[in-house]
Ligand binder design. Structure first.
Ligand code: ADP
Ligand code: MG
Ligand code: MG
Length: 208
């Protein structure tokens, strides 16, 4: 996928974050400090503006710009973690120009690895990783089995949403929600909800 395709994805993620900002904040009000929607909306609005102001950016540069903007505009846990996701994607994309489907999946996998290292989070810790990891697994698995990108991204979306929903049954082991211990059970993790929006936005824009 070329720069225009990645721009469409990033803008669609920003749009979905804005649309769901109140919902993300409501989830965070249950087990956190009620700012996940506003954090992500501020960050992605700034990221969208940053990429608009650099119309010539190649895929790697585009992803780097988004990562840097998120790190610098979003406080708290999610800004640096999403920033790391995009910076690692940028590093994986390099300056080679457009990514093919496998290259995109590999970059997303590198981004997930970066989040897990930076956050010291494993699958099941009730974080954004619980949506991202199954999405990456599904995307890579479908592509390896010969599926077209749209089919693979649809499977990734289903997997992300299932991972998000399953966070409600988990005890939070990372981030603010972990202070609640067992009392975090019964509440969906806000970061897993925003991460699902990221995958949904990819399926809506990149699946051709
Ligand atoms: P803060 O908790 O600093 O207010 P946000 O509310 O914006 O930041 O983001 C909270 C989300 O960040 C959580 O729902 C969770 O998904 C994610 N998160 C927090 N800590 C970690 C971590 N160590 N590793 C992975 N994700 C994390
Ligand atoms: Mg918060
Ligand atoms: Mg906060």
């Amino acid at each position: 996928m070329d720069s225009p395709a990645l721009r469409a994805w990033l803008h669609e993620f920003a749009r979905r974050v804005a649309e769901n900002s109140d919902h993300l904040t409501a989830l965070d009000s249950e087990i956190g400090d009620a700012d996940h929607g506003s954090n992500m909306d501020r960050g992605m609005a700034a990221a969208a503006a940053a990429i608009d102001s650099d119309p010539g950016a190649e895929p790697g540069q585009l992803l780097k710009l988004v990562g840097r903007t998120l790190v610098s505009t979003v406080g708290g846990a999610a800004g640096p973690l999403y920033g790391t996701l995009f910076l690692r994607m940028a590093a994986a994309a390099g300056d080679a120009g457009p990514l093919d489907a496998a290259g995109f999946a590999k970059a997303l996998h590198a981004g997930l690895d970066g989040v897990m290292v930076r956050g010291r989070a494993e699958v099941g810790d009730k974080t954004m990783v619980d949506a991202l990891a199954p999405a990456v697994d599904a995307l890579e698995g479908e592509l390896a089995a010969g599926a077209a990108l749209d089919v693979a991204l649809a499977a990734a979306t289903t997997a992300a949403a299932a991972g998000r929903d399953a966070t409600a049954d988990r005890v939070a082991r990372k981030g603010r929600a972990s202070y609640l211990g067992e009392r975090s059970i019964g509440h969906q993790d806000p970061g897993s909800a925003s991460a699902t929006l990221l995958v949904e936005a990819a399926a809506a824009t990149l699946g051709t």
